[in-house]
Design a protein around this ligand. Structure first.
Ligand code: SF4
Length: 356
């Protein structure tokens, strides 16, 4: 009954999305990686540009990391782009370009977790493999009245078993997409559309007034505040930027204004001045001493569990910069910065500093 109602709902409401037209393993892989933590509307233009530039696994495998990151910029969570790139290279170099079709084999590839493996196996290859993401968790916990934390055992494992048991024979592709679509459009986190819901008669949470209480998600840990200072060094219309090394913990291989996090005590109090920290950034990134001027711009942004405030300071160098703590340094104007992979926060700062 559950599957029949859901498939009926999907037949009537499925959005026309480019990765659904021809769901190859590669197309599903790219779309699922982009859709993690990101809305469909945001992903659409990125997906179109990506497939125009890297239409096949081979073209992605042979692309430079700079091109890959450049196309991904603005989507955030760049580890996803690196994982996709590394996975494509592995499939081309080790598996002769052939993606495996089972979820178990897909999971053995670099960068593919249980959810992505299940999505590729079911949507591209019609394998009866379950998927469990935030949408699926919400729908199953509400319809079946499942209490407890879905992030912890035993409910976590049970959800995977239930999602697998519910797949109707030979319809994994449509069923899994129906489940995700239903969670995204009808059984939403806040204000679900219970009045017009096709599952209402069978929904435990609706019958028992528990819709707002389920799923019982653990509280998110509070974001850790971080103060970061960056240097704006000008040379005519150009500014100095550095490229992080590929093993940097945040924004690996991306271009930024030289910057460091302010040193703080265990209690979170700053133990150095912002201008001293800017000078430290230029020494660490470019091996130069500098005069630090005024604070030009500030902005806030979030990265995973950090809430970062960046302050951009004017600086004048006493020597020629070299790539000391980073991979490379370059002098770029606004147009040239456009072609570099930069985190959104630094791109915004560059735009403010060079046009404001
Ligand atoms: Fe979700 Fe409401 Fe439908 Fe239950 S009745 S499945 S809570 S939309």
């Amino acid at each position: 009954m559950f599957a029949t109602l859901l498939l009926g709902y999907y037949a009537g409401t499925a959005r026309k999305l480019p990765w659904r037209d021809n769901p190859t393993g590669y197309a599903v892989w790219v779309s699922e990686m982009m859709l993690q933590q990101t809305q469909v509307a945001t992903v659409l233009p990125y997906y179109q540009r990506w497939m125009a530039r890297f239409p096949t696994l081979e073209s992605l495998a042979h692309a430079s990391q700079a091109d890959v990151l450049s196309l991904w910029q603005g989507l955030g969570y760049y580890a996803r782009a690196r994982a996709l790139h590394a996975g494509a290279a592995h499939v081309v170099n080790v598996r002769d370009g052939q993606l495996p079709t089972s979820a178990a084999e897909l999971r053995a590839l670099p960068g593919i977790g249980p959810y992505t493996a299940g999505a590729i196996a079911s949507i591209a290859f019609e394998q009866p493999s379950p998927i469990v993401d935030g949408n699926v968790i919400r729908v199953l916990c509400r319809v079946f009245g499942l209490a407890g934390s879905p992030m912890h055992q035993p409910l976590k494992g049970f959800l995977w078993e239930l999602a697998e048991a519910l797949i109707p024979r030979g319809q994994a592709r449509d069923f899994n997409q129906a489940l995700m679509e239903f969670g995204a459009l009808c059984c939403t986190p806040r204000s679900p559309l219970c009045q017009g819901c096709p599952l209402q008669q069978h929904c435990h949470a609706y019958k028992h007034g528990a819709v707002a209480r389920l799923p019982e998600l653990p509280e998110r840990p509070k974001a850790t505040p971080v103060v970061n200072v960056a240097a704006l060094v000008r040379r005519g219309t150009r500014v100095l930027v550095g490229q992080l090394t590929s093993d940097a913990p945040r924004w690996a291989s991306m271009w930024q204004f030289p910057n460091v996090d302010l040193t703080t005590s265990e209690a979170g109090t700053a133990t150095e001045s912002e201008t001293r920290a800017v000078a430290r950034a230029l020494e660490a990134w470019c091996g130069v001493h500098a005069d630090i001027g005024v604070r030009l711009h500030s902005l806030q942004h979030s990265v995973t569990r950090y809430r970062i405030t960046v302050h951009l300071y004017e600086a004048t160098l006493e020597e020629e910069p070299t790539a000391r703590g980073c991979q490379a340094v370059a002098w770029c104007d606004l147009g040239e910065l456009e072609s570099l992979a930069m985190p959104a926060a630094h791109r915004k700062l560059a735009s403010r500093a060079l046009t404001g």
